[in-house]
Ligand binder design. Structure first.
Ligand code: SAM
Length: 259
């Protein structure tokens, strides 16, 4: 069986057993091949926009002798999916803004109507994806975070359901945080930090390390802003300081084990 990264394995883990998958931006089609070989999925589509990765995906699928089960298609986002042929969409290894735009374009084309679950792994901009899910009534059922080769990855697993809106309201309800440890969290912060990751913030310390690093990055930007005499930079620096303080407070609260 194909040897894949811990990141792709974790994405595969969230795909429901027996689901037909479309992996968008599949590159070498590693994920669909792995899903077929592991018996998790009966058929898949590997979608790719660009010629080089598209050819690489074709070679991979041919090499694994899976041309019958995995259709490699070249096209933009969800354009490669036909109605009714996909239960699960995976989109991994891109920025959150691009993932959101692909989902939104696909939604407008009616490509999501028969889809039951989304497994998404934005490299950055996870908040943009979480917001799109809420706006479009996809319930964020689980989240995971992992470290590999010095990088941190978050994986979002969303499902459909008549009660998605209500469940999302509960998931993002600031009253929960108030009751849990005596402070409410701005919705913006929940989108940024992840409502499930915030509920179990100590998984191998990965999540806490990520946010320590993010605060360090903000400190550096703030120092740069401080060197400028522009009023705009000063204002930006003040905002950064407020953001950092809020993040630090949240992290300190979470580490008091009240949750
Ligand atoms: N999904 C794989 C993974 O996680 O390892 C590959 C990630 S790779 C960094 C991103 C891939 O998405 C590239 O191969 C790129 O060509 C493709 N891509 C970018 N925009 C796309 C779009 N709008 N539709 C389909 N594929 C796209």
């Amino acid at each position: 069986m194909l040897n894949i990264s811990k990141r792709l394995e974790s994405i595969a883990h969230f795909v429901g057993q027996g689901r037909r998958v479309a992996d968008i931006g599949s590159d070498h089609a590693l994920l669909p091949v792995y899903l077929l070989q592991s018996g998790k999925t009966p058929s898949a589509i590997a979608g790719e926009l660009n010629a080089g990765p598209y050819e690489a995906a074709r070679r991979q699928v041919a090499g694994a002798r899976l041309e019958e089960a995995i259709k490699v298609r070249q096209g933009n986002g969800l354009e490669v999916i036909h109605p009714g042929e996909t239960d699960t969409i995976t989109i991994a290894g891109m920025g959150g803004g691009l993932i959101r735009d692909i989902l939104e374009a696909g939604r407008l084309q009616g490509k999501l109507e028969d889809v039951q679950e989304l497994v998404l792994q934005p490299n950055v901009g996870e908040d943009l994806v979480r917001k799109w899910l809420v706006r479009n009534n996809w319930y964020l059922q689980e989240e995971a975070i992992l470290e590999e080769d010095g990088k941190t990855y978050e994986i979002l697993h969303a499902v459909r359901g008549a009660d998605a809106m209500k469940r999302n309201e509960e998931l993002y309800d600031s009253a929960f945080w108030q009751a849990a440890y005596g402070r409410s969290l701005r919705p913006e912060l929940l989108y940024l930090m992840g409502p499930w990751l915030l509920r179990k913030p100590d998984i191998d310390g990965v999540w806490l390390r990520k946010w320590d690093r993010e605060i360090e990055k903000l400190e550096k930007i703030s120092l740069q802003m401080g060197r400028s005499d522009l009023a705009e930079s000063k204002e930006k620096q003040k905002q950064l300081q407020r953001d950092m303080n809020e993040l630090k407070e949240v992290l300190a609260c979470l580490q008091t084990d009240k949750l």
